[in-house]
Design a protein around this ligand. Sequence first.
Ligand code: SF4
Length: 246
Amino acid sequence: MNRKILGEQIHGHLQLYRDLGVRYVSRPAPSAQNRKPKTKNPESPPAETVIAAGETVVTAGETLEAILADIGNCRRCKLAPTRTNLVFGSGNPRASLMFVGEAPGADEDEQGLPFVGRAGRLLTLIVESIGFRREDVYICNILKCRPPNNRNPETDEIAACEGFLFRQIAAVQPGVIVALGTFGAQTLLKTTETIGKLRGRLLDYRGVKLIATYHPAYLLRSPLEKRKVWDDMRIAHNYIRALPRQ
Ligand code: SF4
């Protein structure tokens, strides 16, 4: 890459880190980022353990591919007719760090990928601020289809779709889940507490550590809250660094 362009990119990143309130950038933790690539043995026996998550049956050992195949051309809620693309999720299927947002927006609906608009670019910086690359983590949403005009997810839509998310978490088996925004946190924790009350400490989602923090789209509107997100990400990062090497 041209050195001038590279220099400009580095300068741009540093500027944004300053905006985030980041004072230093950690090196990747070997136990987290250097997890082995997914090498699921096709000969391995099918899933055995079954965990109930609300009314959803979550089958341990299920692959993301199997969940995506099960979603298919989903018509289980009223968002199906208005979507352009279903947005399943993207990233490392064996990530130690998993981000759960709310629902696709216009850019995501267009491209079929999560967090690719302005909020997505900010999420990439948040990921990189703790020494991960975006491709190291797994990113998805509660809803796989865009609500019209980016309105909030509705209760019946969450109820119809959340089972896919629970199964994705069981498939990825992350060390830490970062719930982005109120809907992500409340859906996983089955609570009505506000994000302001939930953030700032490690919580539990079925034995997996979870940290709730503000959604990047909210940060674009309220940049002064970026510092709190940085604090939350440091908590997540410190926990992952302490995990035994995989
Ligand atoms: S939002 Fe979820 S439940 Fe609704 S149609 Fe899309 S994939 Fe199906």
